[in-house]
Design a protein around this ligand. Structure first.
Ligand SMILES: CC(C)(COP(=O)(O)OP(=O)(O)OC[C@H]1O[C@@H](n2cnc3c(N)ncnc32)[C@H](O)[C@@H]1OP(=O)(O)O)[C@@H](O)C(=O)NCCC(=O)NCCS
Length: 147
């Protein structure tokens, strides 16, 4: 079951931090973003935050599946749900990620295509080096999907 969360978004910080490890960066979009949580029974297993970027574009700012639940199709299912939901009022969904095979592969499997890059996003905006799969992230790679 997927539920939109309107109050108490910070309860899910542990999940959000899996996808974005700096709290101050999460705070930048958490207030203005829509949050969705996927439950298995009483247990919150995945989370996503989407913002309205104007001009018919929404942005998937954060998506994370709990470590014990990864690799079972839940992340892809959540993306499909979000594309259906936002497809009623938006034209395009975009998502930015670090340049690693793991996350870029996931978005490609979810129907996103590479669009552009923001040079030095990670090195300019984070207060410490962000390392993913042994790679120090520097540029933000953007993907987009027509809704
Ligand atoms: C990235 C993440 C959201 C993916 O969710 P998931 O539930 O584990 O992924 P799914 O099981 O739904 O996989 C969906 C598809 O992506 C593919 N995929 C998943 N991980 C992949 C990887 N490392 N490399 C390539 N493809 C991958 C799967 O093979 C699957 O493809 P298929 O539909 O052809 O079978 C999840 O692993 C996660 O939360 N990771 C930590 C936080 C994070 O990195 N978030 C994204 C930040 S930008």
């Amino acid at each position: 079951m997927i539920k939109q969360i309107h109050a108490g978004k910070r309860r899910f910080m542990n999940l959000l931090l899996l996808a974005d490890e700096q709290l101050s960066m999460i705070e930048r979009y958490l207030g203005r973003g829509d949050m969705f949580v996927m439950y298995e029974g009483e247990c919150a297993v995945a989370v996503a935050v989407v913002t309205d970027e104007g001009g018919g574009v929404c942005e998937l700012k954060n998506i994370a599946v709990g470590p014990d639940w990864q690799g079972r199709g839940l992340g892809k299912h959540l993306v499909e749900f979000l594309c259906g939901h936002y497809g009623r009022s938006f034209r395009t969904m975009i998502v930015g990620t670090g340049e690693t095979r793991r996350t870029m592969g996931f978005y490609e499997r979810c129907g996103f295509a590479r669009s552009h890059r923001i040079k030095n996003f990670f090195t300019d905006n984070y207060d410490h080096p962000i390392v993913e799969d042994g790679v120090v992230l520097s540029d933000m790679i953007y993907f987009s999907r027509k809704l």
